[in-house]
Design a protein around this ligand. Structure first.
Ligand code: MOS
Length: 767
């Protein structure tokens, strides 16, 4: 699935056209760096994550994972396991109750239901599940299941240069974007770059691993999940488990992040649920770190040929990106590497084509900035190489290619300030002091390298609903079936309610992460904020309207006899419109006098897709990443020392949580640039570095000083607050800015991530 399809998916649905109020005046609470309202729950350990739920009579489930990457199960003998202490059930292909294929409007991760047949298509695939009284007994039981395989040939090769059919031929690359004649314009261009870039498999490694605690009460499931989309999870699981939607509740109150890996349900969820139903006991299934590397998705490997043709003064005559990515045997997952390519720079001749190569790996899934992030590594590296070929400054080259029209479809951008990102970033970074010659900038014994790259990520808004109650106790309760994956959604929802009602945040209770609430958005594609905020605002307005009606119609009210339209609601008080709010009555007192528990409002907002005015625009976020590396040639040490990240992400509702997102993404970009790669053992297809000792992620010591700056320009197409998402854009452009900086320091152009010290040992730079 590509981001564009994902956007269509999240923007589809039954939403009605959204309210298109003009962008609101800045208020105190919007734009305030409010600390997370759920912070104390997390720091005191009282926030409950999926695997923190425990129930009486609960059993533990541990999957048995295939030890071959291709073939079939020859025999599976569970008899010894069944006799192990505490083991109450072993499910496998021969006895698993029905787990259905998903045909709902929701999205699943793997198309093939778990244990559905005896075919093995990747190492680690679940072949059985052992349920036991304790986790240790389930682990021991899983060890005792004897499985033999008819091992078949398999392919986990990282080289994706398999002979491919021609573009247009069956099974060949698909042209995703096209204008002019990129081949001809490239052939005749005076200055050319024609290079191939490669990005590795990266594994999502949120601190909180996947887990399901499934409770069956004889009729209804409650699934405690670590999910980026409780509504989608419900929709899919109703089909997979064959029960009506009203008989499932999905709960994800707290999530230790997901990065895309928790967008859609994975097989372990169904395996926990069918076990719970069969045993009539709660089941806890936790996915361990090793399983995270094979069973719950990854960013697929990419190989991207970039061709850039330019005039000597830096006009882009041709831009072609022909890429392929690997996918699993059963699912066609297209990493949308051309997500930003068609519109980032002005050029008359462009082509983006994409092909899939099958490998014996688990099904890939979106990972933070899917497509765009590896795609921009290639495109922005190519731009850096072009700037060098042209002897132009890489910032100046990009500034000259800026455009305010999306040339892929002729639409104006709703709000594009890429130029300002580059300008502000240059200033904050001190770019003017850069000397372009390789190895020319020194700091003591260190060689400094300075690199830059642009960032882009789609902006979307889907349909959403919310409920809000002004309560007699003076508190506000607001709910929506979206979830906070750690990004700050609880907090920004409270800010919007506070902004609309004037009630302080400490009196606002935000309820998220339960599919029983009215449907809210997935936390994906950096769209949750833009999607949920208008429905929250709408619910607040509706509750206030209810409140004023109660105030005017209740006989015991101070305002009895007044029309609701004569009344206003300010700072939590009802008052006459022509009198100051201090003369008014706190809403709790009015409810008390009316003998009412609460004044309620339902809110609803529509997606961009349902809004024809917004459809006339191309909506994206932009950014610029400036990176400094320090290269110590004496001991071959490379470190990213400093990053300036300037983001054009629309209006920023909470600068603290937003800065957290971007700074965290930049650190993730250091991981992508220097460390991360999931390596499959060519002998058996096992992800051999399936642990935190061998799969390297940046530590604090690896983290640079990160200066995050938001342009904070509201996007007029993104509803009242003009907020776009900022969850993913911060990762885009970091890796190519790092490799550009590495080139500047060392003269070595690394075209395959991650940068390895071995790559740099040929550096010609001496101090
Ligand atoms: Mo993001 S990859 O849509 O969680």
């Amino acid at each position: 699935m590509m981001f564009s399809e994902f956007l269509d998916f999240i923007q589809s649905g039954q939403g009605q056209p959204g309210a298109q109020a003009p962008v609101g005046d800045p208020s105190e609470i919007i734009g305030t760096a409010l600390p997370r309202i759920d912070g104390p729950l997390k720091t005191t350990g009282s926030a409950k994550y999926a695997s923190d739920y425990n129930f009486k009579n609960m059993v533990y489930a541990v999957p048995v994972c295939a030890k071959v990457a291709g073939g079939t199960i020859r025999s599976l003998d569970a008899s010894a396991a069944k006799k192990m202490p505490g083991v109450v059930l072993v499910l496998h292909h021969g006895n698993v109750p029905p787990i259905y294929r998903n045909g709902s409007g929701g999205r699943n991760s793997e198309g093939r239901p778990p244990l559905t047949d005896e075919v093995i298509s990747y190492w680690g695939q679940y072949v059985a599940v052992v349920y036991a009284e304790t986790y240790q007994q389930a682990l021991a039981g899983a060890d005792a299941v004897k499985v033999s395989y008819n091992a078949d040939k398999f392919d986990v090769s990282p080289k994706l240069d398999d002979a491919m059919p021609a573009i247009g031929a069956e099974g060949g690359p698909r042209v995703l974007s096209h204008r002019g004649d990129a081949d001809a314009a490239f052939a005749s261009a005076p200055v050319k770059v024609d290079v191939v870039y490669r990005t590795p498999v990266e594994t999502h490694n949120p601190m909180e691993m996947h887990a399901t605690v499934a409770v069956w009460d004889g009729k209804r499931f409650t699934l405690y999940e670590s999910s980026q989309g409780v509504v989608n999870h419900l929709t899919v699981m109703a089909q997979v488990l064959g029960v009506p939607k009203e008989n499932i509740d999905v709960i994800s109150h707290f999530i230790g992040s997901g990065f895309g890996g928790k967008l859609f349900p994975w097989p372990h969820s169904a395996l926990a649920a069918v076990g719970a139903r069969q045993l009539n006991r709660p089941v806890k299934l936790t996915v361990d770190r090793s399983m995270m590397f094979s069973n719950v998705g990854h960013r697929p490997r990419t190989e991207q040929r970039i061709r850039l043709g330019a005039t000597p003064d830096g006009k882009l005559l041709a831009l072609a990106q022909d890429y392929r990515n690997h996918t699993s045997l059963h699912d066609d997952i297209r990493e949308n590497c051309g997500e930003a390519t068609p519109f980032l720079y002005s050029t008359a001749n462009l082509q983006v084509s994409s092909a899939l190569v099958r490998r014996n790996v688990g099904t890939p899934t979106p990972m933070r900035g899917p497509g765009a992030v590896p795609g921009l590594f290639a495109l922005e590296s190519g731009m850096d190489e072009l700037a060098i070929a042209l002897k132009m400054d890489p910032v100046a080259l990009r500034l000259g290619l800026d455009t305010l029209t999306d040339e892929s479809n002729g639409k104006p951008f709703s709000s594009r300030h890429l130029k300002e990102c580059l300008q502000v970033g240059s200033e904050k970074f001190g770019w003017a002091k850069r000397t372009p010659e390789v190895g020319s900038m020194k700091k003591g014994d260190l060689v400094l390298g300075w690199g830059v790259a642009c960032a882009s990520w789609g902006a979307g808004r889907g349909p959403s609903q919310a409920s809000l109650s002004l309560q007699q106790d003076g508190r506000v309760r607001v709910s929506s079936a979206t979830q906070d994956i750690g990004t700050g959604t609880y907090t920004i929802v409270a800010q919007v309610v506070s902004d609309k009602t004037g009630i302080p945040v400490k009196r606002i209770d935000v309820k998220l992460g339960n599919s029983e609430f009215v449907p809210g958005p997935m936390s994906g594609g950096s769209t949750a904020t833009a999607t949920v905020v208008p429905s929250i605002a709408d619910a607040a307005n509706a509750a206030i309207k209810t409140m004023l009606q109660i105030a005017s119609s209740s006989k015991s009210s101070l305002f009895a006899g007044k029309k609701a339209t004569d009344l206003a609601f300010t700072d939590g008080r009802v008052h006459l419109k022509d009198k100051p709010s201090s003369s008014g009555v706190p809403f709790g007192q009015i409810l008390k006098a009316a003998n009412m528990a609460s004044a309620d409002g339902e809110g609803k907002s529509g997606g961009l897709g349902s809004d024809t005015k917004a459809h006339d625009y191309s909506t994206h976020s932009f950014g610029a990443q400036f990176v400094e590396v320090e290269w110590d040639p004496g001991i071959a040490r490379l470190r990213v020392s400093r990053v300036v990240s300037v983001i054009d992400g629309g209006r920023i509702i909470n600068p603290k949580t937003a800065t957290n997102q971007v700074a965290g993404a930049v650190v993730m970009g250091v991981g992508m640039g220097l460390f991360e790669e999931t390596i499959y053992d060519p002998r058996n297809g096992h992800a051999i570095n399936d642990n935190f000792a061998d799969y390297i992620v940046p530590t604090s010591a690896d983290s640079p000083k990160v200066d995050v700056h938001f342009l904070d320009i509201p996007d007029p197409q993104m509803g009242e607050y003009g907020a776009r998402g900022i969850g993913e854009i911060g990762l885009a452009g970091v890796a190519p800015a790092i490799t550009a900086a590495v080139y500047h320091a060392t003269g070595v152009r690394v075209r395959e991530l991650p940068v390895r010290i071995e790559d740099l040992l040929t550096a010609k730079v001496a101090v």
